[in-house]
Design a protein around this ligand. Structure first.
Ligand SMILES: N[C@@H](CCC(=O)N[C@@H](CS)C(=O)NCC(=O)O)C(=O)O
Length: 231
């Protein structure tokens, strides 16, 4: 069984998407970022960086294996299951390149852009322009790539798509419209129909510290999902 240390944020949803896509059983362990649980000694023994997501695979060879960093988790789960990471050297390298691009570029830049647009106590035009322009540029890079590969980031659905999707979900609050990125728009619409991806994204919304910080309505707007309302 895999323990997943989780809060409802894009980096953690990459992992729930992969777990749902592969059908691996997992045990969800909520980490309250608002309460600072990511900094406890117990959690940092698993994830030294003090950030979610992290997993512990109790069925790993030899002894339980802890993995932190969402990209490393995606690669680990792909290798464990033999799915969503091509075996041939070209496909494997291309997929890992795009996972790295998401990890080093799209994710951090969109995270900073979101921070300066939504959370920063004062509006800082320089920071908003710097990160906003970079996120727009990165969306353009993805759009160009999807124009070359047609359906998916590297030509077939893989961990590269799972890494990017949750960050594209935030496009409205990044100040962007997908109308400016036709290939991303098509890819986004196609992928969001996948039942496993939808299950992955539905995991733990109510546990999010950003729900605590923003409120339910704003969180749903930020990540582009519908709130289930009781009749
Ligand atoms: N590069 C890391 C980033 C992880 C990360 O930034 N996680 C955020 C939530 S999306 C977090 O734990 N934030 C807690 C904090 O800022 O204290 C990954 O992809 O796993």
């Amino acid at each position: 069984m895999i323990d997943l240390y989780f809060a409802a944020t894009p980096n953690a949803w990459k992992v729930t998407i992969m777990l749902e896509e592969t059908g691996l059983p997992y045990n969800l362990i909520p980490v309250s970022l608002g309460k600072g649980e990511q900094y406890t000694e117990t959690f940092r023994a698993i994830a030294p960086n003090g950030r979610i997501p992290a997993i512990v695979d109790h069925d790993a060879a030899g002894e339980p294996l802890a993995v932190f960093e969402s990209g490393a988790i995606l690669i680990y789960l792909a290798e464990k299951t033999g799915r969503f990471l091509p075996a041939d050297v070209h496909g494997r390298s291309r997929t890992i390149q795009w996972v790295m691009w998401q990890m080093a570029g799209l994710g951090p830049m969109a995270g900073q852009n979101g921070h300066f647009l939504l959370y920063a106590p004062e509006k800082l035009p320089y920071a908003i322009a710097r990160y906003g322009n970079e996120v727009r540029r990165l969306y353009g890079v993805l759009d160009h790539q999807l124009g070359l590969t047609d359906d998916c980031v590297t030509g077939q659905y893989s961990i590269a798509d799972m890494a990017c999707f949750p960050w594209i979900m935030t496009h409205k609050k990044q100040g962007l419209t997908l109308d400016d990125f036709g290939n991303v728009k098509r890819w986004f619409a196609t992928l969001r129909e996948r039942p496993a991806l939808q299950r992955g994204l539905a995991v733990g919304r109510s546990l999010s510290s950003s729900v605590e910080a923003l409120g339910k309505e704003a969180h749903a707007r930020l990540y582009g999902y519908e709130i289930e309302r009781k009749a």
